[in-house]
Design a protein around this ligand. Structure first.
Ligand code: ATP
Ligand code: MG
Length: 217
């Protein structure tokens, strides 16, 4: 019998992170009992009675892990930058869900001359902290406009002069007549572990970290 204190909980978000994390679990001989993309279950058992998966929003993963409601999780570096990292360890770069956090402006706009014009740059983004730090380092004054999605729309309708967003193929930018002009961070997803789990469940959690580590491409 598995006692509840012996169960390890891993927080994952649906979509690319779940998809790209499954091979790490399979490599350990672990399969999910239900398909989270189809079932509405938020707690998913696995073939290992000692490991369960909870399904949360990508941006909520660090919160569950930090507060010990999950022992481990997988989260994008973009999300981790925005989150206050106390009580969170980030032992592995899994090198999955790779993309870049970039500044983009409408095609045809001369970004350098806009920067040097001295007027405040209106920047729409979901990544307020990363954007604020980036422009502060450059000494550029910005008005940050917090959005929760579809940043590409903002410059097209006059809400912003620029956006800070994740870019992979660049197709979304192109479809909206935008161009990437500056890279802020390389992004990939990380295995994160709660400080508490690392202390109190070390013998259960460390083998998972090791197994994930051995599978990184
Ligand atoms: P939600 O869809 O719930 O608002 P989200 O957009 O953050 O959340 P996903 O689109 O699944 O959720 O993104 C999860 C993570 O994958 C992001 O935090 C980022 O690290 C990474 N990611 C996002 N877009 C891309 C992309 N186009 N290519 C590669 N990785 C990406
Ligand atoms: Mg998304």
């Amino acid at each position: 019998m598995v006692k509840s204190g012996d169960i390890v909980t891993m927080a994952l978000s649906k979509g690319r992170i779940l998809e790209d994390t499954l091979p790490f679990l399979r490599n350990m001989g672990i399969e999910l009992v239900d398909d989270p993309e189809k079932s509405r279950k938020l707690i998913v058992e696995t073939s290992d009675p000692g490991l369960r998966i909870i399904i949360v929003r990508a941006s909520d993963v660090p919160t569950y892990v930090q507060r010990g409601a999950a022992d481990l999780g997988v989260a994008g570096k973009d999300i981790l930058i925005e989150h206050d990292g106390d009580g969170l360890f980030e032992p592995l770069d899994l090198k999955i869900a790779q993309c870049k956090l970039m500044v983009a402006v409408p095609k045809g706009v001369d970004y350098d001359s806009v920067l040097h014009s001295g007027s405040r740059l209106r920047v729409a983004t979901k990544y307020v902290k990363a954007a604020r730090d980036h422009f502060a380092r450059k000494g550029v004054h910005v008005d940050l406009i917090k959005l929760y999605g579809s940043m590409e729309l903002a410059p097209l309708v006059g809400l912003a002069d620029a956006i800070v967003d994740l870019v992979s193929s660049g197709k979304t930018l192109q479809a909206n007549k935008l161009q990437a002009v500056e890279e802020i961070h390389q992004i990939s997803s990380r295995l994160i572990v709660s400080a508490t789990a690392l202390k109190l469940k070390h013998d259960l959690v460390q083998p998972i970290i090791d197994a994930f580590g051995s599978k990184i491409a």
